[in-house]
Design a protein around this ligand. Sequence first.
Ligand code: HEC
Length: 184
Amino acid sequence: MFMHKPLATSAVACLMAGCASSPDTVAQSSSARPAFGVPAPAEMLASWDISIAPDGAGLPPGRGSVQQGAAVYLQKCASCHGERGAGKPADPLVGGAGSLTSKTPMRTVGSYWPYATTLFDYTRRAMPLNNPMSMSNDEVYAVSAYLLFLNGIVGENEQLDAQSLMKIRMPNRDGFVSNWPRVR
Ligand code: HEC
């Protein structure tokens, strides 16, 4: 019976290591702890823990106005998304209101996206395409405000922060069925 224990341990190690079974892996599996590397420091995890839920959970402190966003946009977005979000060479970010049920639907942040909070999340993590995760939270709030203004969703003098962003109801909100239990 004493043979079973080392066998079971190496079977678990084999599962975890993707079954690269060699004499070496079997030998390692008998040590007290598997050599998985070093624990990631909290600051390292925090810099990647940036998902924003549709209801706005996880939105960071900070704020930015439409006016500030116009400046950010000109400097960091317009080269790819065109003047005032008109598009070219990359996607248009503005326009298409009411076009979704037509023969030529135009899907933009304004016409298509169901949650304004996603605009913050996506922009912060993925844009500008050539330098993602480089903007401050204030810059992301500001450029989000500017894009929402260009789409006629917020006013010219709006300033966005976590509270005001999560209250925005996007025009196509009912075009999606939510599988997110906390959001109606
Ligand atoms: C170097 C070019 C480039 C720059 C600069 C850039 N983008 Fe983009 N952007 C893209 C491309 C390409 C896509 C499409 C990416 C994809 O579909 O995976 C995109 C997609 C997007 C989308 C999603 C559009 C949609 O409806 O699917 C948003 C929103 C966006 N960008 C915002 C921004 C903002 C805000 C900035 C400035 C802070 C910015 N982008 C700067 C190239 C760029």
